[in-house]
Design a protein around this ligand. Structure first.
Ligand SMILES: Cc1cc2nc3c(=O)[nH]c(=O)nc-3n(C[C@H](O)[C@H](O)[C@H](O)COP(=O)(O)OP(=O)(O)OC[C@H]3O[C@@H](n4cnc5c(N)ncnc54)[C@H](O)[C@@H]3O)c2cc1C
Length: 407
């Protein structure tokens, strides 16, 4: 008999959600959680913007986030943990041709139960007091560089919002461990060097200090570090999900001095710049499409000044006087092919499960993804949400599921 029935590698929100859902459905096995940091939730989960939205182009994302948002909404009731759930909405501001395509896509959202309000420019300005949708006020020479265009409308999702992923991860781990009453063990400061893969089966792990731990099943929830571990375990080529670590940065400034600005939805403007109030401040981000893959997460103030603030100043009066208070970088586990999660049991290694590639939407999909993995581990099949489309097999079969609304 092996020492454990399941090892979970990674103390982030995905590992936590799987643990919690196993305990909830009466899993009787012994579980070991291994996290290399000195505390849970120190990876991307802690560095996330915590946004959630059901506005996507792929049905699988609409399904996973639709389900997850309901679970996050009831998180406090279900687990007894506050997670700062705030359903203030997402507002995608649109240039003309994007707005037209969005309108054409409206039927698909309706069919998938995604509530959307299409706003004209005036209504956009009402939702975000102070926002200037036009460009007549911008010096034409400046706009030669900025290439900003009139915002003609907006796609508003009233069911979207934000939460605190770290708090949710903590809640999942605490309740999950309680629920498994003594059968779950957490080891911090414990790094897995490689998985023990033999004859097409995963039989446990080897730690960085050489200790071998046997387990019936292993779930790799190591976020952006998943592929590194799979590679160290000898997997190559098609056996690796097409996922790379990419740095994304977030910035905190003062709120601009505009009456009512503290109540605005998460707002996405030119070139994917997004912002929302964070307590008394403003949280701001913009994905840099030129960032090379890598594990460095050093934040860059110059990027804020040159690639964000020049644009924001033209949209939001007073932004030029808002002080940059803090900033940080973290890693997206970016799926370089289709920007969607890759999860399930590994086709080349029986009893090896993994979930990565969330490309910036892992926190919001954690309730669904953790549940899905827990069902695969416990019952050998998905029961609540069919995540088969997200299997790694889709790349082998040449059937990626491209998600195009990625921020
Ligand atoms: C700046 C930024 C903004 C984001 N914004 C959003 C957002 O608005 N909405 C959203 O849904 N998502 C967002 N995300 C993405 C989201 O944070 C991630 O998808 C999610 O947190 C992934 O959770 P995880 O548990 O898979 O990974 P992580 O939280 O990274 O957890 C993985 C854990 O595994 C551990 N680990 C790794 N390797 C090993 C090993 N060999 N041995 C032991 N332990 C190991 C790590 O230390 C880490 O704690 C954002 C991410 C960033 C960086």
């Amino acid at each position: 008999m092996r020492q454990y029935d399941l090892i979970i590698i990674g103390g982030g929100i995905i590992g936590g959600s799987a643990l919690y859902h196993l305990s909830k459905s009466g899993f009787k096995g012994r579980v070991l959680i291994l996290e290399r940091e000195d505390a849970l939730s120190k990876g991307s989960t802690a560095l996330s913007a915590g946004g959630f939205r059901n506005i996507w182009t792929t049905p699988i994302n609409m399904k996973l986030t639709g389900y997850s948002i309901e679970r996050l909404k009831n998180f406090r009731e279900e687990l007894g943990f506050p997670i700062g759930f705030d359903q203030r909405g997402y507002l995608f501001c649109q240039y003309e041709e994007n707005f037209e395509s969005a309108r054409e896509f409206g039927q698909k959202w309706a069919e998938n139960g995604v509530r959307i309000e299409f706003l004209d420019a005036r209504q956009v300005e009402e939702k975000v007091p102070g926002l200037r949708t036009g460009i007549d006020h911008i010096d034409p020479e400046v706009n030669e560089v900025l290439k900003m265009r009139p915002i003609v409308g907006g796609v508003f999702g009233p069911d979207c919002g934000s939460f605190d992923p770290s708090a949710a991860a903590q809640g999942y781990f605490e309740r999950g461990m309680e629920g498994l009453s003594g059968r779950a063990e957490l080891r911090l400061n414990t790094e897995v060097r490689r998985l023990r893969l033999e004859q097409g089966e995963c039989r446990g792990v080897e730690l960085s200090d050489g200790t071998v731990i046997e387990s019936e099943k292993v779930f790799v929830a190591a976020g952006a570090w998943t592929n590194r571990l799979l590679e160290q375990s000898g997997l190559t080529g098609n056996d690796l999900p097409p996922v790379v670590p990419i740095k994304r940065m977030l910035y905190i400034t003062n709120l601009p001095p505009i009456e009512g600005f503290e109540r605005i939805p998460l707002t996405i403007v030119d070139h994917g710049i997004y912002f929302r109030p964070e307590g008394p401040n403003l949280l701001i981000g913009r994905a840099d499409p030129d960032t090379e893959p890598g594990f460095d997460i050093t934040p860059d103030a110059q990027y804020y000044e040159e690639q964000i603030n020049y644009y924001l100043q033209e949209r939001v009066p007073g932004m030029e006087r808002c002080r940059l208070i803090s900033m940080w970088g973290g890693l997206y586990d970016t799926n370089a092919i289709d920007h969607n999660a890759v999860l399930g049991e590994h086709p080349s290694a029986h009893n090896l499960f993994f979930a990565t590639g969330f490309s910036g939407h892992g926190a919001m999909e954690a309730p669904a993804a953790g549940l899905a993995i827990s069902e695969l581990v416990q019952f050998g099949a998905y029961r609540t949400l069919d995540c088969t489309p997200l299997s790694i097999e889709r790349f082998r079969k040449g059937k990626p599921i491209h998600e195009t609304i990625v921020i």
